[in-house]
Design a protein around this ligand. Structure first.
Ligand SMILES: NC(=O)c1ccc[n+]([C@@H]2O[C@H](COP(=O)([O-])OP(=O)(O)OC[C@H]3O[C@@H](n4cnc5c(N)ncnc54)[C@H](OP(=O)(O)O)[C@@H]3O)[C@@H](O)[C@H]2O)c1
Length: 265
């Protein structure tokens, strides 16, 4: 799979990753699905996986699904609490799920970011965390996200980007590029709202891309974006999504076509 320099972090990452919101919040009897999705995704070259304590059982399910592939994975997860004690518990739990290390620890929805940054920086120095990041799903919080980015204390951000959610293009992506931050894109398929998409005949100018692949390629063809993390509970979808990276980045005409094909929500 095509790889990219993850901002100025010195890390090279395959451009398609795997999200776990909703789809990995599985009971023990259903966990086999997650294992299969991870197996197929990793066979296709996926390495970046994303979770959060907000996603129910997903973090633990992901850890078990990774199994022996853990060493090859780039685990991104989150701290999501305003309580310092609970935050430590969340990290401890994650270190248990992921073999003693989290590659990217993100402050979820910027919750208590001023309180969390100092101890996350200590954990980064200690090596239990590789990189520190911040996420938000809402443009109403992008002003605050900019503030966090400008502290110079984070390595990466995670924001939504798809043809219906483009607010990050205005200030967040230019600032991320200027600061050399890694950029992870959540909701590349609009949480599924942009699917199933147009008739395949309309996609012919896109050289064989399916509609989900076209949306992933659309986000990845913004040079300021590094990794997209589509979530799926379906191994065939995981394979399809990973294959989006085999396609060359879309040119301007192809990007405009994808935007025109996005149906009004
Ligand atoms: N949404 C948020 O607010 C948010 C916030 C912070 C972080 N994140 C992170 O970003 C990740 C991705 O965002 P997201 O999960 O919200 O939405 P998304 O990845 O844009 O969409 C996921 C949906 O698309 C479907 N899908 C995936 N691949 C498909 C394919 N090839 N063909 C048809 N359907 C396909 C999935 O259903 P199937 O299971 O049927 O494939 C699922 O319902 C999250 O999982 C999470 O790790 C999200």
């Amino acid at each position: 799979m095509r790889t990219v320099a993850f901002g100025a972090t010195g890390i090279e990452l395959p451009v398609v990753g795997l999200g776990t919101w909703q789809v990995f919040d599985l009971p023990p009897a259903g966990e086999e699905v997650a294992a299969r999705v991870v197996e197929v995704a990793f066979a296709e070259g996926v390495r970046a996986v994303d979770s959060s304590p907000m996603y129910g059982r997903a973090e633990a399910v992901l850890g078990r699904a990774l199994g022996t592939r853990r060493a090859d994975a780039f685990v991104a997860t989150k701290i999501w609490t305003s309580s310092p004690d609970e935050a430590r518990r969340q990290l401890d739990g994650q270190l248990g799920f992921y073999g003693g290390r989290v590659e990217l620890e993100q402050i979820h929805n910027l919750v208590a970011w001023r309180e969390h940054l100092p101890w996350l920086e200590e954990e980064r120095v200690a090596g239990r965390i590789g990189l520190v990041g911040a996420t938000h799903y809402s443009p109403s919080a992008f002003g605050e996200l900019e503030e966090v980015m400008r502290t110079g204390r984070i390595d990466a951000i995670q924001v939504p980007l798809n043809p219906h959610e483009r607010e990050c293009e205005r200030r967040i992506l230019p600032l991320a590029e200027e600061l050399g931050l890694g950029v992870v894109v959540m909701r590349p398929l609009g949480e599924g709202s942009l699917l199933p998409g147009p008739d395949a005949r309309l996609l012919e100018p896109l050289g064989g891309l399916t509609w989900p692949q076209a949306l992933l390629a659309w986000a990845l063809s913004d040079g300021r974006v590094h990794v997209v993390i589509p979530a799926t509970s379906n191994p065939a979808h995981a394979r399809e999504n990973a294959a989006a990276a085999d396609h060359a980045p879309l040119d301007e005409d192809e990007r405009r076509l994808v935007e025109r094909l996005v149906l009004p929500s």
